[in-house]
Design a protein around this ligand. Structure first.
Ligand code: SP5
Ligand code: ZN
Length: 334
């Protein structure tokens, strides 16, 4: 099994974020998350787990999903920007000009202030996406692939980033498979609803999107993630949300996961891509579910039946993220 990751994904390392109102707090989506995961993978001492560096992908591939002006916004960070976040938003709708200030552009291209902009955001995001793409491309020769994508991706929409996400890594990778005439299921197991992935594939039947998440009436990202969001047009019936009650335990989660897996069997995709967040873990500092370390192995066991699968990292912020992640891998492999 090949595990994709590039050291330039570590460059993006903001100090603070605005969160839950007006409090400034430490940015939890840190490069250390990847270090913890790599450390645990190395500890497994399996010579069939091979780390690979992705090659930087062509921007046209990202442009299949994200608009040119959004990509350029992230690419053209002014030299004097150190670490800034938007505080005024183009809500409910607005306009932007090439002469707008950078502050104004941030409020147009980001949907929340927890996504700080630094000079490294583009470079790290480009490599994060490249890792996901190369992992998914490796599925033509292998049945299983892993991408340690960071920054994560599932909150990023076509033309707006948010929730620590800039490029929607899994969506960009899924689109590559669709372009080969195949169908994909994206199973999103991050604690937070994958609103970006949902938006991107809302009108297509080529990608089935299934998300299990903390109920968004009371949890981030708040405005999406209900059971009534089922897709539109050709996509109707191919978007499935499974909101879970706060502090749902292993048993409740497993019951719901089984329902989701039945839906995937019915859809019968060529490839399954998993948005693997580890923030349902009971010790996660920002989320609110009650999943145990052992249950992460069980999740892996449940996923093991898929013939072609790519596991793409999303969130997960506890110091046990490495153990959570390798427990999933152990479950998939055995
Ligand atoms: C990829 C991903 O997991 N993104 C998550 C982004 C969540 N951002 C805002 C979280 C605010 C949570 N506030 C919780 C306070 C806990 N005491
Ligand atoms: Zn999350």
């Amino acid at each position: 099994m090949e595990i994709f990751f590039h050291k330039n994904q570590m460059l993006y390392s903001p100090k603070n974020e605005f969160s839950s109102g007006n409090q400034l707090r430490k940015y939890v989506e840190s490069p250390n998350r990847i270090e913890l995961i790599i450390e645990e993978i190395v500890n497994l001492k399996r010579d069939d787990f091979i780390f690979k560096q992705p090659k930087l992908c062509n921007i046209e591939i990202i442009n299949n999903i994200h608009s040119t002006d959004y990509i350029n916004f992230l690419k053209e960070i002014p030299d004097n920007i150190n670490e800034v976040a938007p505080t005024a938003f183009a809500f409910p709708k607005g306009r932007i000009s090439k002469d707008s200030t950078f502050h104004a552009k941030m409020g147009y291209y980001l949907f929340d202030p927890s996504t700080p902009i630094t000079k490294d955001v583009y470079q790290s995001s480009h490599y994060s996406t490249s890792s996901a793409l190369d992992a998914v491309n490796s599925l033509s020769n292998n049945n299983l692939a892993v991408s340690l994508s960071r920054p994560p991706g599932h909150h990023a929409m076509t033309s707006v980033g948010g929730g620590y996400c800039f490029f929607n890594n899994i969506a960009i990778a899924a689109q590559q498979i669709v372009n080969q005439g195949k169908n994909v299921t994206i199973l999103d197991l991050d604690f937070h609803h994958g609103n970006g992935t949902q938006e991107i594939f809302y009108n297509t039947d080529k990608v089935q999107f299934i998300s299990l998440h903390g109920d968004t009436i009371v949890n981030y990202p708040f405005y999406w993630g209900g059971t009534d969001e089922i897709g539109e047009g050709d996509g109707k019936g191919f978007n499935l949300n499974f909101p879970l009650p706060n502090y749902a335990n292993d048993e409740k989660y497993d019951e719901t996961l089984e329902l989701a897996l039945i839906e995937i069997d019915e859809y019968n995709p060529d490839v399954v891509l998993v948005s693997m967040g580890l923030d349902c873990y009971f010790k996660d500092p920002i989320a609110g579910m009650n999943i145990s370390l052992d249950y992460y192995t069980k999740i892996g066991e449940r996923l093991a039946k898929f013939e072609k699968m790519g596991i793409i990292l999303e969130g997960g912020y506890s110091n046990d993220i490495g153990i959570c992640f390798t427990n999933v891998l152990k479950g998939v492999i055995t």
